[in-house]
Structures are given as C-alpha cells and as structure tokens.
Design a protein around this ligand. Structure first.
Ligand code: HEC
Ligand code: HEC
Length: 316
C-alpha cells in the first residue's frame, strides 16, 4: 500500500474516532459475547430460591427486572424476613462497572456473588450447602453435566453460569445512545437541553463513560455538607477519614426505572435526586425548568430489555 494511502486511511480513522470520543458518555454495545447455554442456566438459578438458606429469596427478589433490575423497596428483605442496609442497585449493565457494590468492595461480578450468597442478611448459605442441594436435584445435575461434562456440580460452576447470565443483562439502544450514534432526531429539544445542562453544570464530571457512572468513587456533599449519616460507604472498608460519605458513583442507565434513589433508598423521585445533586454536589442555583430538562434527559437513558429475559430455556 502506498504511503500516501496509508496516511490518508490513518487520518480518516482518527477523524472517525475523535468524532465519536467527543462526548463524555459512550453507547452500550448492541451485543456482548456470552455463552448462551451457561447464561440460560444462570438465569434459572438467578430466579431460584434454592440458593437461599430458608428458600425464601432468589437474586431476582432484590433485583427485579420489572423495576430496572433494582429493588423498588428502599432496602431489600433477605432470609428470615431480615431488612438489608442499603438500596439494591441494578444488575443491568453491572458488567461495565469498574468495581461492584456501593463501596466497591468486590472487584468484579465473579467476586461479587459470594457477597449475597453468604451474607446473613441476604441468602445466608454456604458453598457446601449449595453443592449439596444442587447435586440432589436431577434437573440441575443433568443441565450442569451437559455443559461441564462432570458428574458433580461445583460451587465454581454455579458462580460461572450466573456471571454468564449477568453478561447478557445489557440494555443497548436507548434513545440517548441512538443520539450518540448520530440519530440526532431521537431526542426532543427539551431532552437535548437537559443533556447540555448535564454537561455544562458538571454532572458529567462524575457521571460519565459507558454507564454514566460506575467508574469512580466520589463523595456525596462535595460542595455543600451532607448532613445525613450514611452507611455502606468506602469508610467502612478502609477506615480512612477521606472515605467517609464516599461511594461508587451509581450508573444512571435506566434510572427512571430504579427508584428509590441513593445508597439508602431515601430519595423517592428522580426530580428530588437531581435537586439534591445540584445542591450537595455542585452547589449551583438552577431553575425549576432546568431540573425538568435534566430529568427529561435522564429518561432517555432507558435501553432495551435484555433479550435473554424473554428467551426460553432450550436446555430444559
Ligand atoms: C436480599 C436482597 C438481595 C439478594 C437476595 C441479592 N442481592 Fe444483589 N444486591 C443487593 C444489595 C442491597 C446490593 C448492594 C449492597 C452494597 O453495595 O453494599 C446488591 C448488589 C449487587 C450487585 C452489585 C451492583 C453494583 O452496581 O454494585 C450485583 C451485581 C448483584 N447484587 C447481583 C446479585 C446476584 C447475582 C444475586 C444472587 C446470587 C444477588 N445479587 C442477590 C441485594 C440483594
Ligand atoms: C462529585 C460527583 C457527582 C456529581 C458532580 C454529580 N453526582 Fe450524581 N451522584 C454521585 C454520587 C456519589 C451519588 C450517590 C449518592 C448516594 O447514594 O448517597 C450520586 C447519585 C445520583 C443519582 C441517584 C442514582 C441512584 O441510582 O441512586 C442521580 C439521579 C444523580 N446522581 C444525578 C446527578 C445529576 C443530574 C447531577 C448534576 C446535576 C449529578 N448527579 C452530579 C456523584 C455525583
């Protein structure tokens, strides 16, 4: 290939790349590779209360797909009717978070699952009990054997299939993503104004990237002191003064569906969440109209429900 041609192609690529990376938010890919057989088995387990000690809750009890993969209750109820401590975040697009949990104590989805399974508040079950129960179940025995070619189901296989299901829980094609990809008419004028405000006021300094959050730790109350006491923050993990009231910034994808808001589920509406953010984290004066425009923009972040949720269990 001639040098001139090479240079031309390179410049063209550069233009394409920079045209896309101008925006601080990037679209969810339309597909992410996953093993469908494993994912469908993981889906069954996600909905199966067999994974909780008193067989009363499944992962889906606290991550409700009719509520954006989150829990509509301020805090979830785990085994023996026990109340949890913080609001359950969405499992949609969790694969894209840089760490898991409000304070980031798990480095990825694989590490995360041990949390709810063994937590005495949530499922309160041991590795041995899970293996015992599933190995006594003829359906699961057959299904796992088909995939792993082993006679015994292991705890690691259980984690493996659930994570595979979580990889399938992405929500592409929101109106905002279509806008980012060049369909300028997919947003109304008000929604576009809302996005401009989101950028201009500085919301994007914390809510950016593919998940519009989920990629850094930040404080609540960076500008105006947040009077309320908090739980489940980074401080619980590190004991460092600096980490008080510091959380993984929540993703704003599908945020219109995931009420109530904030780590303790204390904020009921999206409007109230945006008002609190402008006061505590930006310290800027905004008009009622500005808030409405931002809320309108946030609602364009709702994507398509993952196809796996409507897929049948071919391996049943
Ligand atoms: C009793 C309710 C409950 C059950 C059951 C439960 N979760 Fe959760 N989940 C939560 C809560 C509450 C959090 C947040 C805890 C925290 O950050 O300290 C959470 C966090 C998560 C996260 C991290 C998301 C993020 O953005 O940080 C993932 C992923 C997740 N759960 C998946 C699962 C899976 C898989 C199961 C089943 C094995 C499960 N959960 C069972 C309530 C529950
Ligand atoms: C300095 C970083 C920072 C800035 C700037 C910021 N946020 Fe946040 N945002 C956070 C953190 C941290 C939380 C979690 C607070 C909590 O749970 O107590 C949050 C929570 C939220 C929530 C609730 C999400 C949920 O699922 O609970 C919404 C909505 C939100 N922010 C929108 C905005 C908007 C709109 C702006 C601009 C007006 C903004 N944020 C500016 C860091 C920031």
């Amino acid at each position: 290939m001639g040098r001139v041609v090479k240079v031309l192609i390179f410049s063209l690529l550069l233009i394409i790349v920079s045209a896309h990376s101008k925006e601080p938010i990037t679209p969810i890919p339309s597909k992410l590779a996953y093993d469908k057989k494993k994912a469908l088995l993981g889906k069954m387990l996600f909905f199966d209360p067999v994974l909780s000690m008193d067989r009363s809750v499944s992962c889906a009890s606290c991550h409700d797909f009719d509520h954006g993969g989150a829990d509509p209750r301020p805090v979830s109820i785990g085994v023996n009717g026990q109340k949890g401590r913080v609001n359950s975040p969405t499992v949609y697009n969790a694969i894209f978070n840089f760490r898991q949990f409000w304070n980031g104590r798990a480095k990825d989805l694989k590490e995360q699952i041990h949390g709810p399974l063994h937590s005495s508040f949530e499922m309160n079950i041991t590795k041995e009990e899970i293996e015992k129960r599933l190995n006594a179940n003829a359906f699961y025995k057959k299904a796992f054997k088909k995939i792993y070619k082993k006679t015994k189901i292991t705890y690691d296989q259980v984690i493996d299939v659930i994570v595979e299901f979580e990889k399938a829980l992405i929500t592409p094609d929101s109106r905002f993503d279509r806008y980012l990809k060049g369909e300028k008419n997919s947003l109304t004028e008000q929604e576009k104004r809302g996005y401009m405000l989101f950028k201009r006021l500085g919301c994007v300094t914390c809510h950016n990237g593919i998940n519009v959050g989920g990629n850094s730790f930040q404080h609540i109350g960076t500008i105006n002191f947040y009077e309320k006491s908090v739980i489940g923050d980074r401080f619980e993990l590190t004991g460092r003064e600096f980490d008080k009231k510091r959380f993984k910034v929540p993703s704003l994808r599908n945020v219109e569906l995931t009420a109530p808001y904030f780590h303790d589920g204390s904020v009921k509406t999206l409007k109230e969440a945006v008002e609190k953010m402008t006061y505590y984290n930006l310290g800027t004066e905004v008009t009622e109209q500005d808030i409405e425009d931002i809320v309108a923009f946030l609602k364009t972040l709702t994507g398509k429900k993952p196809t796996i949720l409507s897929d049948g269990h071919e391996n049943r």
